[in-house]
Design a protein around this ligand. Structure first.
Ligand SMILES: CC(C)(COP(=O)(O)OP(=O)(O)OC[C@H]1O[C@@H](n2cnc3c(N)ncnc32)[C@H](O)[C@@H]1OP(=O)(O)O)[C@@H](O)C(=O)NCCC(=O)NCCS
Length: 182
């Protein structure tokens, strides 16, 4: 399990967003790719399940090796999701990148289902989705953000601020013991 350590203070962060002053009550976040730049490439950022075709999302999961899931269960999972980000391909309307977080809405969140359609990988979409999901959680005051990472993806998460086993903390998962059949 990876935990996200607090980022440096805003004064040390590079602003990659528009030079226009933010209209929001929060300072403009420092995303590596701005919303405008993504839009100019035909990618639309979405923060709700509205318009998200779950069969298409399932296909993206399967295309990266995740198991195909019951779409009714995905729908239920999304109802219990605190924050989500997905990228819609403007041309097709299909989801091409996705990530979501569950938690208690106040202190803790765990990020799940980080995925980018293989045809759209290495374009910065995974990073764009993760940066915004983290920012959205932090704006809610959630500072304990964790995720499970496959070993081959550790290098993707580290620059986003995630560290393995901080202070020796180890993640543990429940594994049901197999009963010996006689
Ligand atoms: C991991 C994944 C989400 C990355 O998405 P992506 O859109 O291809 O990544 P990006 O283009 O946003 O890459 C952002 C940065 O991470 C780096 N990066 C991407 N994948 C990486 C990996 N597996 N290991 C190390 N670095 C990686 C990129 O080189 C890039 O570096 P830069 O900012 O210095 O240019 C995507 O490859 C994916 O869906 N993989 C299959 C599903 C999966 O493994 N999900 C995670 C489960 S724990």
């Amino acid at each position: 399990m990876l935990l996200r350590v607090p980022p440096p203070p805003p004064s040390l962060r590079i602003r990659a967003s528009s030079s226009q002053p933010s209209q929001a009550s929060f300072p403009t976040a420092s995303y590596s790719t701005t919303d405008e730049a993504l839009l100019s490439k035909g990618f639309l950022l979405r923060r709700t399940p509205q318009g998200l075709n779950l069969d298409h999302l399932n296909s993206v999961f399967v295309s990266v090796g995740f198991p195909r899931r019951d779409t009714a269960k995905i729908e239920l999972a999304l109802q219990h999701t605190d924050a989500m980000l997905w990228v819609e391909c403007g041309k097709t309307g299909k989801p091409v990148a996705f990530a979501r977080a569950t938690g208690d809405g106040v202190f803790n969140a765990i990020i799940w289902d980080v995925v980018v359609d293989p045809k759209f990988q290495s374009l910065g979409l995974g990073k764009a989705v993760m940066e915004r999901l983290i920012e959205d959680l932090q704006r809610k005051g959630i500072c304990n953000i964790a995720l499970y990472s496959e070993p081959r993806v550790l290098g993707f998460y580290r620059p986003l601020g995630f560290v393995s086993d901080p202070d020796g903390i180890r993640g543990m998962v429940f594994v049901r013991k197999q009963r010996n059949k006689k």
